[in-house]
Design a protein around this ligand. Structure first.
Ligand SMILES: [Cu+2]
Length: 488
């Protein structure tokens, strides 16, 4: 597949591609693919479309990198776009590139419909396993699917005959300045009088759209200058609908398994479970999964038991728990409050905290409600928990198994995890499922307005301090104390 590994042509939009960084991992057997690359580079503000209002120096969205993060991506027939070798540039550590994510991609999208009738019961799709997300990537409409400052890229995937297939303009990259604040403070206390410091937030987004039959999934990976990676899926498209005699809800006396969304039309109830495979390498390959359980405490009034002789009656504290094996790596994030972290136990900050990233679910945390013995549920039984952590195994990529369509559940994420392997201080993989129960409403017809779910992995004792403290403020900042407070 050397042909397919040639860097993409971007018609001069990108700087020359760099070499693929060395990897100790074996090449992916189905790899065909587009490899795009870039290295971080800083340009003066004003030369980058759409963000010249920021001032100072900004990172230009070229190829797939920024001054603060870099990554590779590729596209494959079965998989969707893959983000790999994502690293952050630690300016406080002399510009050291520190790995965060070895590889991340959508492993499966499970969409079971909730109508048990003869014509509908089998509508329980595994979109990646049955159809292939890479092969169904949509050509992006310039100026509509991505903003005006976007750079577009082609993708390549392995066709059914093994030959590379070119897909034009299926990936876009752009810098996003959405008017949000990265950090701010107004100081009205003490010496120096009133002053404010504000840093606008600028991020780099990689986008791809997969259209699987009636549905369109916009898949974003957003790289933030603070070091976070936000992974979002946005759903739109056409509902699956069935014809019915009713023209008004007052006529309905049965369970129609959906909503009457217009005359004679039911939008059928269903779920979307988008499962990500995220092979995190936090500052190295050997990581551990930590649950910082947030537990309520009663004030005992006695310091020996953590209390204090004050009027306060309660508080909460954090109980640190290391997940030893896969059974402890399965989490229902709605069951109890906890911060879930991935740490490198051999690396600590100067003051002794383990270097890590934490998982932040961002909405859409539904879990499957199907019975365990139902056939589609056996195939996708991993959708009963949002979080699974497994040791890296090169054959474990497809959450519903290699042959999802005919799977009986003996080759899927839940089945692999029954081995209960060690996940402590190992090369571990986070499997995270964004889940939505979709009850259709009239506004979803005739085409659905976009709805989103996401997760974020965010540095947590990874840096010695806020990595954005050195960011220069906008040149026209009012009340800026640019010489105060360590604004280098
Ligand atoms: Cu839906």
């Amino acid at each position: 597949m050397e042909e397919a590994r040639r860097p993409l042509s971007l018609a001069g939009a990108l700087p020359p591609p760099l070499r693929r960084p060395p990897s100790s991992r074996p090449p992916d057997l189905v790899a065909a693919a587009a490899v795009v690359v870039e290295e971080a580079r800083e340009v003066e503000a004003g030369t980058t479309n759409g963000i010249d209002q920021i001032g100072g120096k900004v990172s230009r969205a070229h190829g797939a990198g920024s001054a603060d993060e870099s990554f590779w991506h590729e596209q494959q027939g079965k998989k969707t776009r893959i983000i790999s070798l994502a690293s952050v540039n630690d300016t406080d550590a002399g510009g050291l590139k520190r790995r965060v994510l070895y590889r991340g991609f959508v492993s499966e999208i499970f969409v079971p419909y909730m109508d048990p009738e003869e014509e509908w019961y089998f509508h329980t799709f595994t979109d990646a396993g049955e159809y292939g997300l890479g092969a169904l990537a949509s050509q992006l409409q310039r100026g509509a699917d991505c903003p005006a400052n976007a750079v577009y890229m082609d993708g390549y995937y392995a066709g059914s005959d093994g030959k590379p297939v070119k897909a034009e303009d299926v990936i876009c990259l752009f810098e996003r300045y959405a008017g949000d604040v990265a950090w701010r403070h107004t100081n009205g206390i003490g010496l120096g009088g009133l002053f404010s410091e504000v840093r606008p937030d600028v991020t780099l987004v990689v986008r791809m759209v997969v259209t699987v039959g009636n549905y369109d999934y916009t898949l974003d990976s957003e790289f933030k200058t603070v070091g976070s990676i936000k992974i979002m899926v946005s759903l739109s498209g056409i509902l699956e609908m069935k014809a019915i005699n009713y023209t008004h809800v007052d006529q309905i006396r049965e369970d129609t398994h959906g909503t009457l969304i217009t005359e004679n039309t039911i939008g059928v109830y269903h779920d979307h479970f988008v499962t990500y495979h995220l092979d995190l390498d936090i500052d190295g390959t050997r990581n551990s999964f930590i649950k910082n359980n947030i537990v309520p405490k009663r004030n005992t009034g006695v310091r020996a038991t953590g209390g204090a002789p004050t009027p306060r009656r309660s508080y909460w504290t954090v109980l640190y728990e290391v997940a030893e094996t896969e059974a402890e790596g399965q989490v229902n994030i709605n069951s109890a409050p906890a911060d879930l972290l991935f740490v490198n136990p051999s690396k600590k900050t100067k003051i002794g905290n383990e270097v890590g990233y934490r998982l932040i679910p961002t909405g859409a945390t539904a879990m499957s409600l199907l019975a365990d013995d139902d056939y589609p549920e056996r195939r996708a039984s991993y959708t009963k928990k949002q979080v699974w952590v497994t040791p890296y195994n090169k054959s474990e990529k497809w959450a519903s198994g290699l042959y999802a369509e005919q799977s009986t559940g003996d080759d899927n994420l839940a089945a692999w995890s029954k081995r209960n392997r060690s996940i402590k201080d190992e090369d571990i993989v986070l499997w995270y499922t964004v889940g939505l129960h979709h009850v259709p409403y009239q506004e979803d017809f005739p085409v659905m307005p976009t709805i989103s779910g996401a997760l974020e992995v965010r540095p947590s004792n990874f840096f010695e301090r806020n990595p954005l403290i050195r960011t220069k403020p906008p040149e026209n900042s009012p009340n800026c104390s640019c010489s105060i407070g360590g604004s280098a």
